[in-house]
Design a protein around this ligand. Sequence first.
Ligand code: SF4
Length: 417
Amino acid sequence: MDLDLLLDTLVDKGLRRELPTREEALAVLATSDDDLLDVVAAAGRVRRQWFGRRVKLNYLVNLKSGLCPEDCSYCSQRLGSTAGILKYTWLKPDEASKAAAAGVAGGAKRVCLVASGRGPTDRDVDRVSRTIEAIKEQNEGVEVCACLGLLSDGQAERLRSAGADAYNHNLNTSEETYGKITSTHTYADRVDTVQKAHAAGLSACSGLIAGMGESDADLVDVVFSLRELDPDSVPVNFLIPFEGTPLAKEWNLTPQRALRILAMVRFVCPDVEVRLAGGREVHLRTLQPLALHLANSIFLGDYLTSEGQAGKADLDMIADAGFTVEGTDTTTLPAHRADAATGGCGEGGGGGGGCGSGSVCGPAAETVPSPAEPAPVGQRSGPEADPVAAGAGAAGSRTDLVTVRRRGAGTDLAPNA
Ligand code: SF4
């Protein structure tokens, strides 16, 4: 399809909240670097229609780090991880509240409370409930999102009663490739938790991780599945290939491809909070400001197990690019979504994310997977096995940009906010 016609069509559909076709979404990912600024400008029109020039800041607090029994290949906290990340058990409510306060003081409107693990016990839910209450008491107007893994019946309702505003549990990748990434739980488990969160009246947050060796079709599949689940927010993570994880060699992303992926997500989910999440500094590098024309939300400061750029640099970037930090007096979502009992990309459904984004739950484990481990998507056979052939583009390893978090929650050092 002619590029001008494609982009005009996608802008019209985005302004009307109409779902693009799969072919149109795939065509965005297939555009050339020569066309990049046209693609960003078109998706930027959709972003401005629904979110103006506002950027929402979110702040991660890793309540419990490492020691997970699950085997998510991208995660530094996984079973068998040899990544040298911080490992600690549950922060006390006042410790978590102190960490959250640093993010709020830095301009964060939402605090994301994340814990490693398959899912919470009822005792864990009690503990997190006390933490939510402490944070809400000490930080007026702050939104709290919990990200604790797979939920059992009744747990979402208890978190909602404790004051949680949202629940995150990411789909991460397409249903077809999910089994290559994780063997200890299924894609259907993840969908179920998103739906539980949604049904309990929590704002659903669910997103993806790009750069795991997936094909363009996989990316379009997961984003279309997200639209169907209808979360209010969609975090877009770019894999941080931690040494010590099975995906350590998966350096598949260029800054240009990362922007094309964000543009595709914006066109498919025009009126939801698209959050630029883990891996932005590593993969977008000096092109980060262009991504603000696509995403309307970012994480401030550090990630769960890796360091982000300085919080002050985030704020300077937003100001220099001509955007403004969204205040607590502004409703993030457009009125038609904010007024609805449930939010989302367009159609009805569940939502939610969870431990699993590249930002949330970082990577870990062996560089070469053992036979018992799921093979990274990029190592599977077939026409989509080669990430370059699949449209990923040439990308080089930038291990110099991956720094394990050594400050903030779980340490005696001041957080980055
Ligand atoms: S993503 Fe979550 S469930 Fe998976 S290994 Fe990491 S901490 Fe565990």
